[in-house]
Each structure stands twice: as structure tokens, then as C-alpha cells.
Write a protein that binds this ligand. Structure first.
Ligand SMILES: *[C@@H]1O[C@H](CO)[C@@H](O)[C@H](O)[C@H]1NC(C)=O
Length: 235
């Protein structure tokens, strides 16, 4: 039998190919990083909602229907559908409520709007809940409609306290412990990179509740709204 040939020494040609392959990969990686950095600087142009406007709207809901969350939601959604043309942004008027478990906190949400750079939801629970806010890739404006939200960051010895009509702004990258003391409902607006927030939104379901129907509904509604917005060029 012929002896097995020795494995050949790497040829200069092979080494050169290896260098070219890795140089190409690094080049593509650098271009992707630069493109993402550029997208991050221009994401503002896709925002439709204005934090100032939403704060006024939440305050007018609180002032018109104090303590009546049902009427506040109607007031907010009616105003949004009258304010924003359907070819500019998609407002979901079907009140589809789903559980939301994230960061150890639990409540229910109604997704009013979801796109790549913005979401607007009603979130809360009549029971109260407490947990980690998550570290997000978006700025989060939490408008209290009913009840109170408490929060703190390591280093603070006193809590922050948010009451109806107030907005709790959590800038991108900030994390807090929060508590919706007893019943609390809020209009939550996030602007930034929404798809990157979704893993936090699904982690508790995948590792703890295993509530598959909720997961299915949440994914279905979010995907439908995001795609519906993309179809009208709302990114
Ligand atoms: C919507 O709410 C804003 C803020 O309260 C208010 O200025 C505006 O007039 C409302 N628009 C409609 C159509 O009700």
C-alpha cells in the first residue's frame, strides 16, 4: 500500500489567500459598523410622534377623566387617529391586550403603534408590580395616567415618585428599579431602535412564564404593525 502522503506545508499562495479572506471580512465588518453608526445619527428623521405633544395629550386625558383609565385610553387613541393621517403612521385602534412580563415585572399592554424607530403602548396593571426597567436602545417616556410609579437608581437613597400627568423619562442606556405601586396605568412612548428592545421584552416569557399564547399574540401584533408601517414608508 502506498504510504499516506504527508500533509503539505502551507504554501505561500494559501497564506496569501487566507490574508485576503480575513482582510475582506474585517473590511466588511468595518463598513457595517460605520453604516450602523451613520444610521444611528439619522434615526431622528423617522420619528413621527413628538414627546411634547404626547405629554400634553396625556395631561389632557388625566385632566378630562381623572381616575377613569377607560375613558383616558379612548381620549388618547381618538386624538391620535384625528391628528395623524393614515398614510403617515399606523395607529392600531383594535384594543388587543396582552400580558407583558419583562425584568421581573408583569402587566398588560395595548400596542397603539410599533415601528422600527418608535412604539407607543398603554401599559399597566390594576394590581401593582415591580422589577428592573431593562437597559434599552431607545429613550423611554413613561406618562402616568393613573396611580403612581416609583423608581430609583443605585446611589440614590430616596425614591423618585411619578404621579398622574407626570412623565418619567428614561434615556437610552439607563437602568432603574421601578415599582408601579398598587394599580397604575401609563402611556409609554419609546423612540430609538425598537427591534433591539424586543429580546428584553421576550426573555421572561422564554425563561419563566412559558406563556406561548401571549408570546404568539405579541409577536403577531408587533410584526403586523411594524410591517404595516414599513409599507407606508414609516420606518
Ligand atoms: C389632541 O391633543 C392635543 C394635546 O392635548 C390638542 O392640542 C389637540 O387639539 C388634540 N386634537 C384633537 C383633534 O382633539
Amino acid at each position: 500500500m502506498p504510504s499516506k502522503p504527508k500533509s503539505p506545508e502551507p504554501q505561500p499562495e494559501a497564506q496569501k489567500n487566507w490574508l485576503v479572506t480575513w482582510a475582506t471580512r474585517l473590511g466588511i465588518f468595518a463598513v457595517v459598523i460605520a453604516a450602523l453608526g451613520w444610521l444611528d445619527t439619522i434615526k431622528d428623521r423617522w420619528y413621527v410622534f413628538e414627546p411634547g405633544f404626547l405629554h400634553e395629550l396625556a395631561q389632557s386625558a388625566v385632566a378630562t377623566y381623572p381616575g377613569d383609565t377607560r375613558s383616558m385610553i379612548n381620549h388618547i387613541v381618538t386624538n391620535l387617529t384625528e391628528t395623524y393621517p393614515t398614510n403617515t403612521i399606523r395607529i392600531n385602534t383594535n384594543e388587543e391586550w396582552v400580558f407583558n412580563n419583562a425584568g421581573g415585572a408583569m402587566g398588560a399592554m395595548y400596542i397603539i403603534h410599533a415601528s422600527i424607530t418608535e412604539y407607543l403602548i398603554i401599559f399597566g396593571t390594576p394590581l401593582g408590580t415591580e422589577g428592573h426597567s431593562g437597559i434599552h436602545t431607545a429613550d423611554d417616556y413613561f406618562h402616568i395616567l393613573h396611580g403612581e410609579q416609583w423608581a430609583f437608581k443605585p446611589g440614590a437613597l430616596e425614591m423618585e415618585r411619578y404621579t398622574p400627568g407626570m412623565v418619567h423619562l428614561m434615556p437610552r442606556g439607563v437602568a432603574k428599579q421601578y415599582k408601579m405601586h398598587e394599580g397604575c396605568w401609563a402611556l409609554e412612548y419609546a423612540r430609538g431602535w425598537i427591534p433591539l428592545m424586543l429580546p428584553f421584552g421576550f426573555a421572561d416569557t422564554l425563561t419563566s412564564t412559558l406563556d406561548v399564547p401571549t408570546l404568539y399574540s405579541t409577536v403577531r401584533i408587533t410584526a403586523r404593525e411594524m410591517l404595516g408601517n414599513l409599507l407606508i414608508a414609516k420606518i
